[in-house]
Ligand binder design. Structure first.
Ligand code: SF4
Length: 390
């Protein structure tokens, strides 16, 4: 990961062009075109985890970005305006400037608005894919439309990259991406074991290479090592949470600035947060090197975040069964309605269907002014007591 960030900043001096990319694609295409691929959402998460966000968000607000919109966006733009970034903690100057910004609206509209700010600022192109949302059945017409949009990016990106897309390179990148995603899935599925050797909080850190390095052999090597370690842990009965008593599913965004506090609290309650929609969002079962455009389209449309309420519900039902979950925690992230699934009665419907209690925590991914630590702590304690009574 350190090398990835260092290469990002040295790449331009070596003649590499930089493409900013949304976290869920189309990274494979950009990597195959030889770009330095940079993921601003990853920078957003770093701003949250280092607790720099709350000081930076007001700068973006002052430029007209509402405090109610994505706090990755506002903290990242605030970071740019102030010239302060977690990159500097790594002795690197800061995020690389984009030669092109490439978005996919499969997750939200905010990413496009976010990228367009920089496109205006630096007078560089911003191109992307407009994916339909609330998808039920993924029928061929949707997949064809998205696949054509991905393919249409190629002639726009080639002159910026300064090279033609080599189909063999695209296939190789897709193959690495596929292997990375399969391994990442296997890593997360070790948590189906009781006791689990890994929790959601570990996952939020371990997912780094799946986000920023998928499509490279380094990510594949990393997850081979991690998986072997976890499988050994399962064989030895190693518990991520000693004397594991309860198992929780985390639905929604992480609260980046509170990972440590929350993981410590859950561990003290002998409760393992075993699975999450968030960490699973980087599993792309559909990627197929033999059919790159259609398979990318299918992979990036199958994401939980752009599916219909019914599909989301079915997915959560399967996850609860697979990971033997006792209860579901919904994080209602104030500035990300797209990743907050408690707002349209889903917790109540699933509780009735699955007989599993739920808890809603109000907070935010980055803006800790929207999170009450005391209230969350008390509510989590009461929730675990409720599980114990059952
Ligand atoms: S999905 Fe949510 S957190 Fe991610 S970029 Fe969109 S609004 Fe921000």
């Amino acid at each position: 990961m350190g090398k990835y960030y260092a290469d990002l900043t040295t790449g331009p001096a070596q003649g590499k062009k930089t493409a900013w990319c949304t976290s869920v694609g189309p990274a494979e295409l950009l990597r195959a075109l030889g770009f330095n691929v940079y993921f601003p959402e990853n920078h957003g998460a770093m701003l949250g985890a280092t607790r720099m966000a709350a000081d930076l968000i007001p700068l973006a607000n002052a430029r007209g970005f509402s405090p109610d919109i994505c706090s990755y966006l506002t903290s990242d733009i605030g970071s740019y305006l102030k010239g302060e970034s977690p990159f500097q903690k790594m002795k690197l100057p800061g995020p690389p400037r984009a030669d092109v910004l490439v978005f996919n609206t499969n997750q939200c509209r905010d990413v496009k608005d976010w990228f367009q700010f920089y496109a205006r600022e630096w007078k560089v192109p911003c191109v992307g894919i407009h994916t339909p949302r609330s998808l039920g059945e993924l029928d061929d017409s949707i997949i064809e439309d998205v696949a054509r949009q991905i393919q249409a990016l190629v002639p726009q990106l080639e002159p910026i990259a300064g090279q033609k897309l080599d189909p063999a390179k695209l296939r190789a990148v897709m193959e690495w991406s596929r292997q990375c995603t399969d391994l990442w899935k296997a890593v997360l599925e070790t948590a189906a074991q009781r006791p689990t050797p890994i929790t959601f909080f570990d996952g939020t850190i371990q997912m780094g290479p799946a986000v920023v390095l998928r499509g490279t052999p380094e990510a594949v090597d990393y997850y081979c090592t991690l998986l072997a370690e976890l499988e050994q842990g399962v064989a030895n009965g190693t518990a991520a949470v000693p004397e594991e008593r309860f198992r929780i599913y985390w639905e929604g965004m992480p609260i980046w600035g509170k990972l440590r506090d929350l993981s410590t609290q859950f561990a003290s309650l002998r409760t393992a947060v075993v699975a999450s929609t968030y960490c699973n969002s980087w599993i792309f079962d559909d990627l197929d090197p033999a059919d790159p455009y259609r398979s990318m389209a299918r992979a990036y449309c199958r994401l939980f975040i752009c599916r219909s309420e019914d599909r989301k519900e079915q997915y959560l039902e399967q996850m609860v069964a697979k990971f033997k979950v006792d209860g579901i925690l919904y994080h209602d992230a104030k500035t990300c309605p797209n990743n907050s699934n408690n707002r349209y009665q889903m917790p109540q419907r699933l509780e009735q269907k699955l007989s599993r209690p739920y808890l809603v925590i109000n907070g935010d991914l980055n803006d800790l002014r929207l999170y009450s630590e005391e209230q969350a702590r008390t509510n989590i304690e009461a929730f675990i007591e409720q599980l114990a009574e059952r």
